[in-house]
Ligand binder design. Structure first.
Ligand code: FAD
Length: 325
């Protein structure tokens, strides 16, 4: 790890005035410190935003849930308000990482963490994402990699919270220099390698995430998150699904379905949404929607198993939504 200077920010203005191109914000520090130890990041100054006041609030106001970027995953997992209507978000937080990490990791940091691709994380592989010529995963050990949009770079987006928040149509408030604020749909903020090979989102230099805004779903909506790892605990997902469904009896009125660990961004399963909307949810329609979701997948040599896995999980999740409706 490189030597660095430490700066404790007490306000947004101070945090931004301390930022230079050679600095990095640190919230929980779980990902940033890993990247530094892996020699993938080498900031000369760390600007600690962990102690900024007022950015760990949960508030429902005017049909919108406001989540502070410094909320820990543990706080999100335990909160009764979030669990009451946005249970996909609570469950995504509850099932991420380990109890120790959930107590350190923040929502803002979770959304902006870098991918876990082992070629990207290994300084000995000058992969395309780091400015090289090759995506080593495409011909290499690609069992955990993307099955969609994997032609340029085969990372999967690492954030469970992003998967659930995209399903819920969340927006981010970003604050730049001189208190300039912009609001952007999370789904549009997270970008594919075809947009920018070297980054996973469109955050601008010095910008901070200052609010995460989630629309309140209809009272009859079902919000579900499901994660499959190789082992029961302390594991990254090999597949995850977040879903917000509204039902009229047994018929699906609307569906927002997002697959995680599937693509370089949380992957909206548009074909499944279209296939299930307006249909009575049963084994046949759920299975057909799940098949439709995978129809455009382009699996690599070692991750073809994800097709059957996602198909099964998606069928089960749709049937679960029906059962609880
Ligand atoms: C063993 C292990 C298992 C894990 N499993 C999972 C899992 O299953 N699912 C999952 O989703 N994650 C998982 N994680 C990842 C973990 O959840 C993230 O590393 C963590 O959430 C990052 O949050 P942080 O606050 O520590 O971020 P930091 O490391 O502090 O920051 C990460 C990045 O975000 C930037 N940043 C942070 N906050 C802001 C802000 N408000 N505005 C602008 N920039 C900001 C920082 O500058 C940095 O670039 C796992 C990690 C480990 C080590």
């Amino acid at each position: 790890m490189n030597n660095f200077e430490w700066a404790d920010a007490k306000s947004i203005d101070e945090a931004q005035s301390l930022m230079t191109d050679a600095s990095a914000y640190k919230a929980g520090g779980v990902d940033l410190l890993d990247l530094m130890k892996e020699h993938i990041a080498a900031p000369k100054r760390i600007v600690n935003i962990r102690n900024l006041q007022g950015f760990d609030q949960i508030k429902e106001d005017g049909g919108v849930l406001h989540l502070g970027p410094l909320l820990t995953l543990a706080q999100i997992a335990d909160d009764k308000t979030i669990r009451s209507k946005w249970s996909a978000i609570a469950d995504a937080a509850a099932n991420a990482a380990t109890p120790q990490i959930r107590n350190m990791a923040t929502l803002g940091g979770n959304l902006l963490q870098r991918p876990r691709c082992w070629y990207f994380r290994n300084e000995l592989f000058p992969c395309r994402k780091k400015g090289g010529e090759i995506c080593y995963a495409q011909q290499g050990e690609n069992q955990y990699h993307a099955i969609f949009n994997n032609q340029l770079c085969a990372i999967v987006h690492p954030s469970a919270l992003a998967c659930a928040l995209v399903a819920h149509g969340a927006k981010l408030e970003l604050s730049g220099a001189k208190n300039q604020k912009r609001e952007v749909l999370l789904e549009e903020f997270l970008t594919l390698p075809s947009v920018d090979l070297h980054r996973e989102n469109s955050i601008q230099s010095g910008e901070l995430i200052t609010d995460i805004r989630v629309p309140t779903p209809r009272a009859d909506a079902k919000s579900i998150y499901i994660k499959q790892g190789e082992k029961e605990s302390f594991d990254w997902p090999i597949a995850e699904i977040a879903m917000v469904l509204t039902m009229d009896g047994e018929t699906c009125k609307s569906a927002s379905i997002v697959l995680g660990a599937a693509a370089p961004v949380p992957h909206r399963a548009t074909e499944a949404e279209q296939a299930i909307t307006g249909k009575k949810v049963d084994e046949q329609s759920a299975g057909a929607a799940a098949k439709a979701a995978l129809a455009t997948a382009t699996p690599l040599a070692l991750n073809g198993y994800k097709l059957a896995l996602f198909e099964n999980l998606l069928t089960r999740t749709l049937l679960q939504a029906k059962g609880n409706a």
